[in-house]
Write a protein that binds this ligand. Structure first.
Ligand code: HEM
Length: 400
């Protein structure tokens, strides 16, 4: 396939370990080159700016997901049958099998269970001198909610975080990280096939809905293993990324922590700002099924384009002072949950989890202090902390 000579080239590897750990200088350089740049390492067109990323996501008739959203053919083959990797009527039908579980009404019904879990988790963390914000807070909440919702059997939960992280890592280019991850992602799929064969999902769960849909002929039985993973895979690292990112941001911006303590109605927008700032998923790709022009670059039919949500969320053409964290800006149009038909199906739950834990913390914690150097995971797709040493300084109990 010939690339348009007008497309600027970017020769750095944005999937090297160094770029994964500190991607933002790369995004800034790429955005300065143009709305579309040719990544010479990955041989894809990367969409770098907010307006063009959003337009690409909304044009799902031209930029399709059915041929995969990964940057390598192995993951695109493994992902077949999932909601994420489908288009048109097939996508609508797959999404409808489970989406009713995550409507605003369904999510509201989960609020008191999420509140109880968040209180237990925060109370336990506050008995310790020092905590790891990732393990003790950010991971504890989603791992206590979503596996039950999906109905994942107890004996498959020990490996869940490793498998789910690998499922994302495997969606990058076929580099060293993706090769290692593909093995673990395949283990998760093999386990899911066994769950479907043995019908070992928890009764009343999303997994039970998937089996019922196959029993009633609404979906093919062969699609069940992928659909089981569909909501579990994307629900853990992403939410862990948002919550741990929030803890880090509030530890380093104590004035904004005080602001939400004084006015908890700021919390929903603070969650948007955290997702804008952190972008727990950095990018997914699409395949162009016809020739299209973005900016002044011709994208040939059949080309793969990479939509950089994380770069769009820091584009100065869209955001005033984009590299500053500001919970008072209107961040509701951030692209961290994607946009259009594939926009995150679980964002209501993710918002509920993140805002509940922040509210519970804000009622009990005066200050969040960093007590050591945080580190980030090395993953092709997920941007999140791996370790976040913190001290929670208790607030005086307010009389109600
Ligand atoms: C802060 C947390 C989260 C972030 C940042 C996030 C981000 C995203 C993004 C960017 C997409 C768009 C994919 C695309 O454009 O192709 C997406 C899709 C999706 N997400 Fe999330 N997600 C989060 C939490 C969750 C949770 C908690 C669940 C499930 C309970 C979930 C389930 C899904 C599913 C099923 C899709 C595929 C939707 C489709 O293709 O129609 N996500 N997510």
């Amino acid at each position: 396939m010939r690339t348009d000579p007008a497309v600027p080239r970017y020769t750095e590897d944005i999937y090297s370990t160094a770029a994964i750990l500190d991607p933002y200088p790369h995004y800034a350089e790429m955005r300065a080159l143009g709305p579309v740049v040719w990544l010479t390492r990955q041989k894809v067109h990367a969409i770098t700016r907010y307006a063009e990323c959003k337009a690409t996501l909304l044009d799902d008739g031209t930029f399709v997901s059915g041929d995969g959203v990964a940057l390598n053919p192995v993951a695109n083959r493994l992902g077949r049958g999932t909601t994420l990797h489908s288009d048109g009527d097939e996508h609508t039908q797959k999404r409808s099998v489970l989406a009713h579980r995550l409507t605003p009404k369904a999510v509201r019904k989960m609020a008191s269970a999420v509140q109880d879990k968040a209180e237990q988790i925060v109370d336990a963390a506050m008995t310790q001198q020092c905590i790891d914000g990732v393990d003790d807070l950010a991971t504890a909440l989603p791992t206590s909610i979503v596996p039950d919702l999906v109905g994942w059997p107890e004996d498959g939960r020990d490996e869940l975080l490793r498998w789910a992280g690998a499922t994302f890592d495997a969606l990058g280019p076929m580099n060293r990280h993706a090769v290692t991850a593909t093995r673990a992602a395949s283990e998760m799929m093999a386990y899911s096939r066994r769950v479907v064969r043995e019908r070992s999902v928890l009764p009343g769960s999303m997994g039970a809905d998937v089996l019922a849909a196959a029993d009633e002929g609404r979906i093919e039985r062969s699609q069940c293993p992928a659909l089981m993973i569909d909501y579990l895979g994307p629900s853990l690292d992403t939410t862990i990324g948002a919550i741990s990112g929030a803890l880090h941001l509030f530890a380093t911006h104590p004035d904004q922590w005080q602001a939400i303590r004084e006015d908890p109605s700021l919390i929903p927008n603070a969650v948007n700002e955290v997702v804008r700032y952190e972008s727990p998923i950095r990018a997914f790709s699409r395949r162009a099924v016809r020739q299209e022009t973005i900016g002044d670059v011709v994208i040939p039919r059949g080309a793969r384009v990479l939509v950089l949500y994380a770069s769009a969320n820091r584009d100065p053409r869209e955001w005033h002072d984009p590299d500053s964290f500001d919970i008072t800006r209107d961040a509701s149009r951030q692209l961290g949950f994607g946009s259009g038909v594939h926009g995150c199906a679980g964002q209501g739950l993710a918002r509920l989890e993140a805002s509940t834990i922040l509210r519970v913390l804000s009622e009990r914690v005066e200050r969040i202090e960093l007590t050591g150097r945080p580190s980030r995971v090395v993953n092709n797709v997920i941007h999140r902390f791996d370790r976040l040493p913190l001290r929670l300084v208790a607030a005086e109990r307010r009389s109600s």
